[in-house]
Design a protein around this ligand. Structure first.
Ligand SMILES: [Zn+2]
Length: 152
């Protein structure tokens, strides 16, 4: 870790500490994405004004997938204390949290549904699924279950 990441102790620091290939870039950081085989540093990270960790994988990984790949949940990317304590500020922060969780969960559902579709097509053409394909389908089911937790 560099000195700069030790200063705040917020959600971004928690995340950075679990990533490989972290280096400063502009106002934020770049790192290797833990959610896909990342030879370059596809992950862009910054701290939002409200203290949340802003994460973007340029290969298209969902934030939820990235968080889970390093043992975190979406909630871990948000500061525990919402700085704006007015009822309106808290409602806004809550809504922002819900929307980002929903967007991530819906992205997972869309992608995993296409995995299931590919498997169904293969079976429809009377090609049995290999072990790898079956394992991938189990992952799809787990991810869809995970998305359900977020959306519930
Ligand atoms: Zn990625």
């Amino acid at each position: 870790m560099t000195a700069a990441t030790c200063s705040a102790g917020g959600p971004l620091d928690t995340l950075l500490a679990r990533l490989d290939g972290v280096r400063a870039s502009g106002r934020g950081w770049v790192a290797k994405c833990p959610a896909h085989t990342d030879r370059s540093a596809s992950l862009s990270l910054a701290e939002g004004r409200d203290g949340r960790a802003l994460v973007k994988c340029f290969a298209g990984c969902e934030v939820l997938t990235i968080a889970r790949a390093v043992g975190l949940e979406l909630a871990d990317l948000f500061p525990e204390r919402i700085t704006d304590k007015s009822p309106m500020g808290r409602a806004e922060a809550r809504e922002a949290w819900r929307q980002s969780g929903w967007a991530a969960a819906l992205g997972v559902l869309a992608r995993e549904a296409s995995v299931v579709l590919i498997a169904a097509r293969q079976l429809a053409e009377s090609h049995p699924l290999g072990d790898d394909d079956q394992a991938r389908l189990r992952v799809a089911v787990e991810r869809i279950e995970g998305a359900r937790e977020v959306l519930a």
